[in-house]
Design a protein around this ligand. Structure first.
Ligand SMILES: [Zn+2]
Length: 177
């Protein structure tokens, strides 16, 4: 959807209608949250003390819409403390590969300055993961680890930009009981 809506979940979807959101949070230990991507940035979060986990799909529009601060806020409402949240991002298209029109880069950087980037060949680009990291820092969340794998450069990973018709990478987060 590339929006900033967050769904609170307490079990598998089962027969229920799946909400059209880019982020899910849970206070249920043992429930795995998944995010599917192919170039966008998967963001996984957990506060092991509060027992709250979250997962978000952050592409360029979601980054600008604020899906990252929204998922942190939703976790906080379930009892998480941003200072305790562990955050990781998974493989995504890197800032040296994600070419965009000049105006688009300016538009993104107006909201998320850290996402301003340049391709390895010197044209306008957006670094979504750098933007995600800055938004997490702003929300008081310390980045535990961010993936250095570029999905466009790595043939071991699905890339929408490289292949158009491609699979999706699944990233999971859950807390033990
Ligand atoms: Zn790259």
């Amino acid at each position: 959807m590339h929006g900033r809506d967050v769904a609170v979940v307490d079990g598998p979807w089962g027969d229920r209608e799946v909400p059209a959101v880019d982020a899910v949070v849970t206070a249920r230990r043992g429930l795995a949250l998944a995010v599917l991507t192919a170039d966008c940035t998967p963001v996984l979060l957990a506060d092991p003390v509060a027992g709250v986990a979250g997962a978000a799909h952050a592409g360029r529009p979601g980054l600008v819409a604020g899906v990252v601060p929204a998922v942190v806020r939703a976790m906080t409402e379930l009892g998480a403390d941003p200072a305790r949240i562990l955050a990781r991002t998974g493989p995504s298209v890197c800032g040296r590969c994600y070419e965009v029109p000049e105006e688009m880069r300016a538009e993104v950087a107006k909201t998320v300055p850290a996402a301003w980037a340049e391709t390895s060949w010197g044209t306008a680009a957006v670094d979504v993961t750098a933007g995600v990291c800055s938004q997490l820092a702003h929300a008081g969340v310390k980045m535990e680890e961010h993936s250095h794998i570029c999905t466009l450069e790595s043939t071991d990973h699905f890339s929408y930009r490289r292949e158009r018709t491609t699979g999706r990478l699944a990233s999971y987060v859950w807390l033990g009981g």
